[in-house]
Design a protein around this ligand. Structure first.
Ligand code: HEM
Length: 336
């Protein structure tokens, strides 16, 4: 069940079941934690490691190893601080306005569009422009390839992405510190923000919407990042049981975020512990900006989301198609 979770039409029943079982092991030996308390404990434990190793046959993994998301222990803190320094220079209100303006420009004259396609273009373009990248469109193309390499779909082989890294390195060179920090920031923003935009857009019906509330609802009920994984270091315990070093642990964020036993009703949509998403404010602002523009254009979903991309952790809708009532009639063209 755990490997299909992100693709289930309605994962809520699976979340309930995983929490009810408590920490347990899959037949292939992975540990699964889904309750809010257990998820908090695992993600907060220094013995829960990312455990990333570079692959000499894939040079892009040497860049990946320099990104905060894939770094452990003493190496993680400075890499995360570098990302936080970049984010500190960004203003969420401006990002929201920029995302709305970029969306409005892209949907001008469009009658029908795929919200996930839009969600993969606008956030990275807005962030890249805010970071001072001269050609945000080129950055989007490079980040798409980087994301395909670092977070591939189950039905696609990861590309080498060496050209993507080369295309991003120079445009990010003016930023302080290791360009891997900005590269990681853009990579992290790519699929997850598109998933949020797609899931939220699929709920639009052409009428007025409280966008902030819609975003919050989707983050809780249709979490873009359903789960994350860790590798046990020495001394990790889940639910009072010792986890042997080297065992894999699946951490079901989306189940923890709907745990009725959590008195604080915390959201885990952006993770928890030292690797919790540092871009949550920016992600929400950009997604809201895109939705602001879609709502203003009278966007309505043409039907229910039929499927989700084949992925282990990200819940990305397929065919989140919108019709825009404010588009001029005549010769409708699909958004590219
Ligand atoms: C809706 C959109 C997003 C969601 C749901 C999301 C969620 C997450 C989650 C769950 C993690 C933790 C992964 C783990 O613990 O294994 C994470 C990490 C991260 N996210 Fe996001 N994210 C989103 C958008 C963004 C954006 C827009 C940015 C940048 C502006 C960003 C930057 C990062 C970075 C750099 C990390 C790694 C942090 C570290 O390891 O210290 N994310 N994100």
């Amino acid at each position: 069940m755990i490997d299909e979770l992100a693709r289930l039409p309605d994962p809520a029943a699976a979340h309930d079941e995983l929490r009810r079982r408590g920490p347990h092991r899959t037949p292939d030996g992975r540990w699964v934690v889904a309750g809010a308390a257990d998820v908090t404990a695992v993600l907060g434990s220094p013995a829960a490691r990312i455990g990333f190793a570079t692959d000499p046959a894939r040079p892009v993994t040497a860049w990946q190893a320099r990104m905060a998301r894939f770094t452990d222990g003493a190496e993680h803190a400075p890499r995360r601080a570098a990302v936080q320094r970049l984010l500190a220079g960004l203003d969420p209100a401006a990002l929201r306005a920029d995302a709305a303006a970029a969306t409005t420009a892209r949907i001008a004259g469009v009658a029908e569009l795929d919200a996930v396609v839009l969600g993969r273009q606008v956030p990275v373009a807005v962030l890249a422009a805010a970071l001072g990248v001269g050609d945000p469109g080129a950055a989007v193309a490079a980040v798409a390839e980087l994301a395909a390499a670092l977070a591939p779909r189950l039905d696609a082989a990861p590309p080498p992405a060496d050209a993507a890294v080369a295309a991003l390195r120079d445009p990010l060179a003016h930023l302080p510190g290791d360009p891997a920090a900005a590269m990681g920031l853009l990579f992290q923003s790519y699929d997850a923000t598109a998933a949020l935009i797609g899931a939220a857009a699929a709920r639009l019906d052409g009428g007025p919407v409280d966008v902030d509330r819609l975003v919050a609802t989707v983050l809780r009920a249709d979490g873009p990042v359903q789960l994350t994984t860790r590798v046990a270091g020495t001394g990790l315990a889940v639910g009072g049981r010792a986890v042997p070093a080297g065992d894999r642990v699946v951490v079901v964020l989306a189940a923890a975020g709907t745990d009725p036993a959590d008195p604080a009703r915390r959201s885990f949509a952006f993770g928890a512990g030292p690797h919790a998403c540092p871009g949550a404010r920016e992600a929400v602002a950009i997604a809201a900006g895109v939705l602001d523009a879609l709502v203003a254009a009278g966007a309505a979903a043409t039907g229910a989301v039929a499927a989700h991309e084949p992925r282990l952790n990200l819940r990305v809708p397929v065919g989140a198609t919108l019709r825009l009532s404010a588009a001029p009639s005549g010769s409708p063209r699909p958004a590219g």
